[in-house]
Design a protein around this ligand. Structure first.
Ligand code: 5GP
Length: 210
């Protein structure tokens, strides 16, 4: 049976730990393809071009938009972020499940273009934990932290558009939960209509005594 790749969107408030979660998921289950986005934000310490992001200038990014090389893009805290089209489409054609770690405006654009996409939202166990994680990261200035908290207020109003939430309390459990949710999508009836029709035809033939 031909297994088609699933497009999975993972969003969550800044500092909720979705990056670590996706990193562990792809390490544990080697067959997930994690899309690398393009962005105009400056690299954080330790980040490398082509690994965490493709770091681009505003002009370079706008050229990608013009040439229709992004399946979605959004402005987040003053910077552009976008998902490269070629990688995502190639991987899905090859039957791999592709994960996009993107914010909600991008998630909604993906839902419009790919109605079968699975939208997951990573939640903190409580708000205090989120604020502590964001401050504890130590890579952001107070101003950036304030902007990201303001963004979280807006994002919290968009959670209803997602299919499932993952409460990221225990990393190991969250990884398993995300994996289970993605895996179960492969068994949805509307993703397996060819197989269902084949069985229907075979049963009909048997019933007729063929
Ligand atoms: P950060 O600067 O912390 O790496 O990312 C900021 C936000 O941008 C996060 O919510 C992240 O999920 C989101 N993001 C990263 N890549 C993309 C992308 O390609 N498209 C969109 N719409 N959001 C993205």
């Amino acid at each position: 049976m031909n297994r088609k790749g699933i497009l999975v969107v993972v969003s969550g408030f800044s500092g909720v730990g979705k990056g670590t979660l996706m990193h562990c998921l792809t390490e544990r289950y080697g067959y997930y393809a994690l899309s690398i986005s393009a962005t105009t934000r400056a690299p954080r310490e330790g980040e490398e071009d082509g690994r965490e992001y493709f770091f681009r200038t505003k002009e370079e990014f706008e050229k990608l938009i013009e040439e229709d090389r992004l399946i979605e893009y959004a402005c987040y805290c003053g910077n552009y972020y976008g998902t490269p089209r070629d990688y995502v489409e190639d991987q899905m054609e090859q039957g791999r499940d592709v994960i996009l770690e993107i914010e909600f405006q991008g998630a909604l654009k993906i839902r419009e273009q790919y109605p079968d996409a699975l939208l997951l939202f990573v939640m903190p166990p409580d708000t205090q934990t989120l604020v502590e994680r964001l401050r504890g990261r130590g890579t952001e200035t107070d101003e950036v932290i304030r902007a990201r908290l303001a963004q979280a207020v807006e994002e919290s109003g968009q959670v209803e558009h997602y299919d499932y939430m993952i409460i990221n309390d225990d990393l190991d459990q969250s990884v398993e939960e995300v994996h289970r949710l993605i895996d179960s999508q492969h068994n949805k009836i509307n993703r397996n209509l060819d197989f269902v029709r084949q069985i229907q035809e075979e049963i009909k033939a048997f019933a007729k005594g063929e």
